[in-house]
Design a binder for this molecule. Sequence first.
Ligand code: GLY
Ligand code: MN
Ligand code: MN
Length: 457
Amino acid sequence: MFAEAMARLPSLPPPTLLEEFQQRQDRLTSQFRNDDVFVLASPPHAVHSNDVHYPYRTSSDLMYLTGWTESESVFVIRNKDGRWVSSLFVQPKDTLKEIWEGRRPGVEGALALFAVDEAYGNDELESLLSGWLNDAQRVFVRGGVDQGIDLLVEDAVRRRDRARQHFGSGPVAVEDPSRLLAELRLRKSASEIEQMTYACKVASVAHELAMRHSREGVTEYQLQSVIEGFFSYAGTSGWSYPSIVGCGENATILHYKTNQDVCGMGEVILIDAGAEYHGYASDITRSWPISGRFTDAQREIYQLVLDSQLAAIDACRVGNLYTAPHDAARTVLAEGLIRLGVISQTLDEALDMETGELKSWYMHNTSHWIGLDVHDVGIYKPGGEPRVLEPGMCLTVEPGLYFGAWRPDVDCPERYANIGIRIEDDVLITSDGPVVMTEDCPKSIEDIERIVGQQLD
Ligand code: GLY
Ligand code: MN
Ligand code: MN
């Protein structure tokens, strides 16, 4: 049923190559001292019900450094005789378990197919890791992910034996490596951009399919199923965050995800949904009238949000502060709301973060980094100073206006009652200007009115 839509997509990009994983590990260890040990554990399974788990997704850091996605695994880097050695502890092969749970790469698969120097069954973790920790001065580990590792590290630091007394050996410092990894992950490589672009293209087509499927009486969950069905059909692992599909007043709830209502003729629907491919997220929001025709009031708000989004995208340039898109979007929105008579303050007053009226209708940020995490890592203000945009950084641009007539905290203008509009694209910073990775997703009023309700099959 999705064949026609599928034909618009490029072929599926390959996963990151082994050499690139090795380069990432090298960039990390270049910041270490020889007596450092780095430990990264996979997160536990999350329970859905009784003995049923949610589909497993490992940590983005583990995917970034190794590409390894199996649970119950630990990645360690240590220095041995002046050389950095990476080790992966994994679930060993076990035919009986594999009959029930699925095939495992095991130690052999880890060594053959992943960028690691050594691989062990995870039953060897305790004895090997405690020895390596005892030889370390500093341990890079994020606490609270794996209790067993937390205890091993704690033991190694607390140990008061003859070796520590005589030779001063044993770790004296434990550091969270998140900051180092976040810095590496902030700038995307060519292969990461290719994989993200695929996730963006899939989500763009999925949104267009939902537009085409829209008609009076369709339900939010039916539109959700069109979008998420296409995510799977197109070879992604599914959503990168739970889809937000809200019609009418539900569109004015930023992270609405009940998705159970019926869509009425005069309503605008807001869908915020993205696909994940090889761990890489896309994050798109589009808003459109269920009828396929904007009312005058809906058109006024939609065009204003679109103008603010285009101004914000234009601010996504090398050398600008990461706050530039937000400033641009807020200015256009405030000017527009003054023009439409929604805000009665001056522009400066409207933009004031404490007393400005803009924040009644636009209460979130315009951008976040995007990558392996949809709200990707990357420090926004390193050392307290706003980050300057560089080539390879990827961020969303997602201004919106939300006129929730149900809200007791504001006097909602009647003309715009229950109109919620957000327009979100994913943008790559390049030295040639912003590249909108989600550009295939329709967003002009003309395109939306042409497409909504026009089914492909
Ligand atoms: N989908 C969540 C966000 O746009 O940040
Ligand atoms: Mn977003
Ligand atoms: Mn979003």
